[in-house]
Design a protein around this ligand. Structure first.
Ligand SMILES: C[S@@+](CC[C@H](N)C(=O)[O-])C[C@H]1O[C@@H](n2cnc3c(N)ncnc32)[C@H](O)[C@@H]1O
Length: 180
């Protein structure tokens, strides 16, 4: 979307655990010969991954449907990694959207029941960033809110496995800006 709106692709990076998804992306958008985005296949939890090359270089990190894959500690850890990727100055920005819940808490994934996914509401998301700030010696202004749609009802209507999207599920949108 950024590139469609005119952002220079040479200034952009994309990352995912799966390198195959990047190759599929070129096939989908037919832009292998024009796109100058640097793609880095990496595990967010691997401190020695290729992401090390861009640590401290990034102005804006966008993460969609990502942190919600993990339990509370995993999300916390991932946020500390995101702090390291961002430039170490006020104004650095982390934005995105993920599934949240009016009642924050642990939800067990039905695809892999051993994985406990934590669903934040705006308050717990803000609390997480307060802790991340304390641990990393940084300060963040958090704007997070649950959108209106009832994702549980939508999942049921679409015949999707609604156990992973229990009642109270809503999109949690957020913008987390570094203040100090
Ligand atoms: C639900 S998809 C979201 C993809 C995309 N952001 C979107 O909104 O369509 C979650 C992505 O996270 C990736 N992922 C899962 N665990 C990861 C990890 N530990 N490090 C990096 N990426 C991971 C998966 O490969 C998957 O592509």
């Amino acid at each position: 979307m950024l590139l469609f709106d005119g952002a220079p692709s040479e200034n952009t990076y994309g990352s995912d655990l799966e390198k195959n998804f990047m190759d599929i992306g070129y096939d989908l958008f037919l832009d292998k010969s024009t796109l100058k985005t640097t793609f880095i296949a990496a595990d967010i939890f691997d401190e020695d991954s290729e992401l090390k090359q861009i640590a401290g270089d990034i102005d804006i990190v966008h993460a969609a449907s990502f942190l919600h894959l993990f339990d509370e500690e995993g999300q916390h850890k991932a946020c500390r990694r995101i702090v390291k990727l961002l430039k170490g100055k006020a104004g650095s920005l982390f934005i995105g959207r993920q599934i949240g819940n009016v009642d924050a808490g642990v939800h067990v994934g039905s695809i892999d029941s051993s994985r406990k996914r934590f669903r934040h509401n705006s308050q717990t998301f803000e609390e997480m960033w307060k802790k991340v700030g304390e641990e990393t010696g940084t300060k963040w202004k958090v704007d997070a809110y649950l959108e209106d749609q009832n994702l549980h009802a939508m999942a049921e209507k679409m015949g999707l496995e609604s156990a992973t999207i229990p009642p109270g599920s809503k999109w949690l949108s957020f913008a987390v800006r570094r203040e100090a």
